[in-house]
Design a protein around this ligand. Sequence first.
Ligand SMILES: Nc1ncnc2c1ncn2[C@@H]1O[C@H](COP(=O)(O)OP(=O)(O)OP(=O)(O)O)[C@@H](O)[C@H]1O
Length: 220
Amino acid sequence: MLELDAITAGYDRLAPVVRDFSLRLAPGEAVGLLGPSGCGKSTVARVAALLHRPYAGRVVLDGEPVRGWRYSAPRAQRTAVGVVFQQPRMSADPRLTLHALIAEPLRANGRGGEADARVGELSDAVGLTRDLLARRPHEVSDGQLQRACLARALVLRPRWLVCDEMTAMLDASTTAALVAVVEEYRRGEGAGLLAVSHDPVLLSRWCARTVVWADTVPAV
Ligand SMILES: Nc1ncnc2c1ncn2[C@@H]1O[C@H](COP(=O)(O)OP(=O)(O)OP(=O)(O)O)[C@@H](O)[C@H]1O
């Protein structure tokens, strides 16, 4: 279970953007988080991905309360969650080839020996041809780079996946392709998914359950 329990978070302790937010995600479950621009969805996504320390509340991952964030999170917790953001160019090191980008979490966890096999498998799954793997981010399209970012999020076989507006800047066919990759992974591995979006149609097609921001956050 991935549990967010009464989370208060933001960028100014005196004016948090997320107040008292709770959500429970079961293994294999796909949950959408829907809300208007600027309401705090990405902040929740970053808390769920152990990238942003909340001011108050608890995150519990598979029964273990999270006590460290970003690189201070224990490796077992950090690697249990994969995350894909809206803007691939902001989350991709421009110096790396797509192959190195996808393999980065393996290398960071001392598993570089698995890189070639795993990158091959994943590039097929996300629809990246081999010639693209030798290119750097500035030499590929946004959609191709987002495919690589999704492959990177899956490379360690996370039990939890957080997709924060993953398809917001993509065309309809790339959106459908990437959602299908996530769904195949989720079903195959029994992973839990938190899909954040402002698009109710996308979430209603993608997720069994959608949490609507206004229903969850008390007026302040
Ligand atoms: N690094 C930051 N420093 C200060 N304020 C921030 C920072 N990131 C976000 N905010 C503010 O926090 C609020 C919530 O932002 P957040 O990105 O979580 O919203 P969102 O619902 O994901 O929006 P969108 O759908 O537009 O991405 C916004 O008012 C935003 O301006």
